[in-house]
Design a protein around this ligand. Structure first.
Ligand code: FAD
Ligand code: E1W
Length: 467
C-alpha cells in the first residue's frame, strides 16, 4: 500500500464507521479499542441503551453502504409524544409523512454492525488495548492491554475517535495546547427501563393501551416535560423502552443531590411522573445501580496537530444530547474526512486543516442548538408566545416551503450545514417576532403580508438534496 497507514484510537460509533470508510478508500487502518470485543464479550448481557438516528447519520451510513442493514434493527419514530402531568398525551408528528421520521437504534447492536463492516473492509482491530500515551516527536503511541502490559507502536497518522474523555486529546494537549473549553450544563442524566408489556402486571399493560409487546406507543419519542427537568423514552426492537431522566445535578429540589436514592426518587416520580412510574417495575434497582451521567459541551480551538494527529466525533466536539445529533454529527464527520484524505492521501496536514475549517463552524452551531433545544423542550411547551411562533411558522412553511423551514427540520431532516440552520433559524425567528409584535394572536396576523415580508426579506432556502 503506497498510502500512509492510519492508526485509529477508539472503536465506538464514530471510530468504527470512519475505519470502514477509510479502508474502503484504500487506506491501511489499524484500530485500537479499550474495551474487549463486544461481539465476543457479549454486549447483550448489558443494558440496552438506544439513540436517535436522523437524516445526517443515515446519509453517512448510505454512503458507506450500511443504511439498509442498520434500519433493519431500528424502530421508526414518527413524532414526539408529549405526556402531561395529568395523564394526557398527544403525538406531534415530525413531518407530514413517513419520509420525515427518525429511528431508534440500539447503541450496542449498531456498534457491532459497524465493527463487522470495518473488519470486512480490511481494518486490523485490537481490542482490550487502551491508549495510555503518545510521543509526537518520535511518532509512537503507548497502548496498555487488559493485563496492564504497555507496548509501544509507531504511527504515521493518528486519529482520535476515543470519545468525550479522549486520551488522544489529553496527549495532544500536553504536547501543544488545544485551547480547550468545557461548558458544564449543570444537569445530569440517569437511564431506567420500561420492560416489554408481557413483563408488566396485566392491569398496568392494559391501562397503557394495546401496542402489542410495547407498553407505550412504539413509533414515537416520548417526552415528559416538567419545566426544570424531564424524562424521555425511546423504543427498543424487543418491546422495551429506555427512559432517560434529565435533572439538575445540584441545588434546591428537585436535583440529583436532593434525590440521591430510589427511596427519595420514587416519591418524586409518583408526584411528577405518575403515569410513568407504574411502567418501571425495576425502578429501585435501576435508580440505585445506574450512574448519573454528566452533560457538557466541549470546544477546542484546534482539532489537529499538523498532519500527525486529528480528533473526530465526541473527542473534538462533545455536545449535550437534546437534539439527538451527537452521533449524527460524528457520522457526518467521517464522510467529510474520508473524502478529504482520499483526495490528498500524501498531505494529511492539508486534509486535517481543511477538515477543521469545514466542520468546526458546524460543530459549534449544533453545540449551541442542542443546549437551546433542552430549554425549549423543558420549558416552552406551555409558553403561549412560543406556541404562537410555532403555529405561525407552520403556516408560513405550508404557504412558502422554499422560504420557511423550522430549524428542527433543517437539523433533523436535511443535509444543510448546521451553521446554516442556526443562522437561518435566527433570521426566521426575528421575522416571527416582528410579525407577532403587534398582534399577539396568530389569527390576527395578515398572512399575505407576512408572506410578502418573508419572501422580500430572506432569500429562498438552498435546494434540498434527497437521500
Ligand atoms: P464514543 O461512542 O464515546 O466512543 C469512543 C470509543 O473510544 C469507545 O468505544 C471507548 O471505549 C473508546 N476509548 C475511550 N478511551 C480509549 C482509549 N484510551 N484507548 C482506546 N479506546 C478508547 N447522539 C445522537 O446522534 N442521537 C441520540 O439520540 C443521542 N443520544 C444521546 C443520549 C445521551 C444520554 C448521551 C450522553 C449522548 C447521546 N448522543 C446521541 C451522543 C452520542 O452518544 C455520541 O455523540 C457518540 O457516541 C459519539 O461517538 P464517538 O465514537 O465519538 O464516541
Ligand atoms: C430528537 C436524547 C435525545 C435524543 C433526541 C432528541 C431529544 C429531545 C433527546 C430532539 C427532539 C431525536 N430529539 N426535539 N423534539 N423532539 N425531539 O429529535 O433525538 Cl432528549
Amino acid at each position: 500500500m503506497a498510502q500512509q497507514p492510519i492508526t485509529l484510537i477508539g472503536g465506538g460509533l464514530v471510530g468504527a464507521l470512519l475505519a470502514q470508510q477509510l479502508a474502503q478508500r484504500g487506506f491501511a487502518v489499524e484500530l485500537f479499542e479499550k474495551r474487549s470485543d463486544p461481539r465476543r464479550a457479549g454486549f447483550l448481557g448489558g443494558r440496552s441503551i438506544n439513540l436517535a438516528l436522523a437524516e445526517r447519520g443515515l446519509q453517512a451510513l448510505r454512503s458507506a453502504g450500511l443504511a439498509d442493514d442498520v434500519l433493519q434493527h431500528a424502530v421508526m419514530m414518527r413524532g414526539r409524544m408529549v405526556h402531561g402531568n395529568d395523564g394526557s398525551s398527544g403525538l406531534q408528528r415530525y413531518g407530514i409523512d413517513d419520509s420525515e421520521v427518525i429511528w431508534s437504534v440500539s447503541r450496542g447492536a449498531l456498534n457491532v454492525l459497524l465493527l463487522d463492516a470495518a473488519e470486512a473492509a480490511g481494518v486490523t482491530m485490537h481490542f482490550g488495548q487502551s491508549l495510555s500515551g503518545a510521543d509526537f516527536d518520535q511518532q509512537r503511541i503507548r497502548v496498555t492491554d487488559e493485563a496492564g502490559v504497555e507496548r509501544s507502536h509507531p504511527f504515521g497518522m493518528l486519529i482520535g475517535a476515543d470519545g468525550a474523555g479522549s486520551a488522544v486529546r489529553a496527549a495532544m494537549h500536553e504536547y501543544r495546547p488545544l485551547g480547550e473549553r468545557v461548558e458544564s450544563l449543570g444537569h445530569g442524566y440517569k437511564e431506567l427501563e420500561i420492560p416489554p408489556a408481557s413483563e408488566l402486571p396485566a392491569t398496568v399493560s392494559q391501562l397503557s393501551g394495546g401496542h402489542d409487546q410495547f407498553a407505550l406507543e412504539p413509533n414515537a419519542l416520548h417526552i415528559w416535560p416538567r419545566g426544570g427537568y424531564m424524562c424521555i423514552a425511546l423504543p427498543n426492537t424487543e418491546g422495551s423502552f429506555t427512559v432517560t431522566l434529565f435533572l439538575p445535578l445540584q441545588g434546591a429540589a428537585p436535583s440529583f443531590a436532593t434525590l440521591p436514592d430510589a427511596a427519595s426518587a420514587s416519591v418524586f416520580f409518583s408526584e411528577q411522573f405518575p403515569g410513568l412510574l407504574p411502567l418501571l417495575p425495576r425502578f429501585n434497582e435501576d435508580y440505585d445501580e445506574h450512574p448519573v451521567g454528566n452533560l457538557s459541551t466541549l470546544y477546542l480551538d484546534r482539532w489537529h496537530l499538523d498532519g500527525r494527529a486529528l480528533l473526530v466525533g465526541d473527542a473534538s466536539h462533545a455536545i449535550v444530547p437534546f437534539h439527538g445529533q451527537g452521533m449524527n454529527c460524528g457520522f457526518e464527520d467521517t464522510v467529510v474526512l474520508a473524502n478529504l484524505l482520499a483526495a490528498a492521501p500524501d498531505d494529511s496536514a492539508e486534509a486535517f486543516a481543511e477538515f477543521q475549517r469545514v466542520r468546526q463552524p458546524n460543530a459549534n452551531a449544533i453545540a449551541r442548538m442542542a443546549v437551546e433545544n433542552y430549554i425549549e423542550m423543558r420549558d416552552s411547551v406551555a409558553d403561549p408566545h412560543y406556541l404562537a411562533k410555532r403555529e405561525l411558522g407552520a403556516l408560513l412553511a405550508r404557504r412558502v416551503p422554499h422560504h420557511f423551514m423550522a430549524r428542527y427540520r433543517m437539523v433533523t431532516f436535511t443535509h444543510l450545514p448546521y451553521a446554516y440552520a442556526l443562522e437561518r433559524g435566527a433570521a426566521q425567528d426575528a421575522l416571527l417576532e416582528q410579525l407577532l409584535a403587534g398582534p399577539t394572536r396568530v389569527a390576527d396576523v395578515d398572512l399575505d403580508a407576512a408572506v410578502k415580508l418573508l419572501t422580500g426579506t430572506l432569500p429562498p432556502l438552498p435546494p434540498l438534496r434527497h437521500g
